[in-house]
Design a protein around this ligand. Structure first.
Ligand code: IPM
Ligand code: MG
Length: 353
């Protein structure tokens, strides 16, 4: 873990509600009076495209390479969806993940006390949820060859190639096993090995890797069944390890099982301690700029940053406890059926630190 006396953090707020929610997370970090905290801002996403003509300008990448961690808001802008794909806002986050080797995405989901009745599940089912999705972030159909072409008989055809090489699977499998060792020692690998060769290799390599972790109980599940089990018996999961696409989908699903996507934080880690931390929600253009967004997922992402990049468990736990307390005290944003605004939620957490 980091032992230097500076904590250099880039804040990439991005689009939509990104600036509002990161602002509150920065307030929380500043309130903790962490020694050596240095914040630097950079442009990403649609905001960067509108200013510099590119969603991930070279200057932003330079900032990213010069810091210890990134706090990321959100990217996405309907007004730019007709641009060529490489210029769309989403390319900022995909580009950062790839350029910085952020291959391991940790997405924890648990039900905060008092929210059991606010999830999409029956309270007794929801109450048991405490799981971690470990999503591979640098490969899969996301980064394979893709394009548009015309078939010989003149039909338009889109294609995206799904593939994983064994080393890519092995390194994320290890992250999954290591995470399981620190938790309930159960790892469920999710794939679609009944249909996909990519998944067959995935499963083979996960099984090979399991030899390094004899204490972890390994199981395998097809992704369609995993989607079902996530709503039927989500409390049965400890750690899930899966590929980029399946992890994207299952983590959104998990967010509804615990109440709101406005509560789910994530860490995207490279080898070592470097990480990018972001809420799993998007830019929510419908409520952007209105002060209505729930900043809790971003604030919880900042807590993950303190824990994973800086090895600061104590302040990380303090942030998490303050969020839990605010929720228990009824500080609920619109995403939870309440009426607390962005700033008010930030205030409530800062007060409870
Ligand atoms: C996520 C998001 C991204 C993804 C988008 C914005 C490209 O949905 O982080 O889950 O698909 O990975
Ligand atoms: Mg997603």
């Amino acid at each position: 873990m980091m032992k230097s006396n500076t904590m250099r953090i880039a804040v990439f707020a991005g689009d939509g509600i990104g600036p509002e929610v990161t602002e509150q997370a920065v307030r929380v970090l500043e309130k903790l009076s962490l020694p050596g905290l240095e914040l630097v801002e950079g442009d990403v996403g649609g905001a960067a495209y509108r200013k510099h003509g590119h969603p991930l300008p070279e200057a932003t990448l330079d900032i990213a390479r010069g810091v210890d961690a990134i706090l990321f808001g959100a990217v996405g802008d309907f007004g730019l969806d007709s641009l060529e794909r490489h210029l769309r806002p989403e390319q900022a986050i995909l580009g950062l993940r790839k350029e910085l080797g952020l291959f391991a995405n940790l997405r924890p989901a648990r039900v905060f006390e008092g929210l059991e009745g606010l999830t999409s599940l029956r309270p007794e089912v929801a109450r048991a949820i405490d799981l971690l999705i470990v999503r591979e972030l640098n490969g899969d159909v996301y980064f394979g060859e893709k394009g548009m072409r015309t078939t010989p008989d003149g039909r338009r055809q889109g294609y995206d190639i799904m593939s994983y090489a064994e080393d890519e699977v092995r390194r994320i499998a290890r992250i999954g096993f290591e995470a399981a060792m620190k938790r309930g020692k159960r790892l469920c690998s999710v794939d679609k090995a009944n249909v996909l060769e990519t998944s067959q290799l995935w499963r083979d390599v996960v099984i090979e890797t399991s030899a390094e972790f004899p204490e972890v109980e390994l199981s395998h599940m097809y992704v369609d069944n995993a989607a079902m089990q996530l709503v039927k018996a989500p409390g049965d999961f400890d750690v899930i390890v899966t590929g980029n696409l399946f992890g994207d989908i299952l983590s959104d699903q998990a967010s509804m099982c615990v109440g709101s996507i406005g509560l789910l934080a994530s860490a995207s880690l490279a080898e070592g301690t470097y990480g990018l931390y972001e809420p799993i929600h998007g830019s929510a253009p419908d409520i952007a700029g209105k002060g209505l967004a729930n900043p809790m997922a971003t604030i919880l992402s900042a807590a993950m940053m303190l824990r994973y990049t800086f090895g600061l468990e104590e302040p990380a736990a303090r942030i998490e406890a303050a969020v839990a307390k605010a929720l228990a005290d009824g500080v609920h944003g619109g995403d939870l059926g309440g009426n607390a605004g962005t700033r008010e939620i930030g205030d409530a957490i800062v007060e409870r630190l």
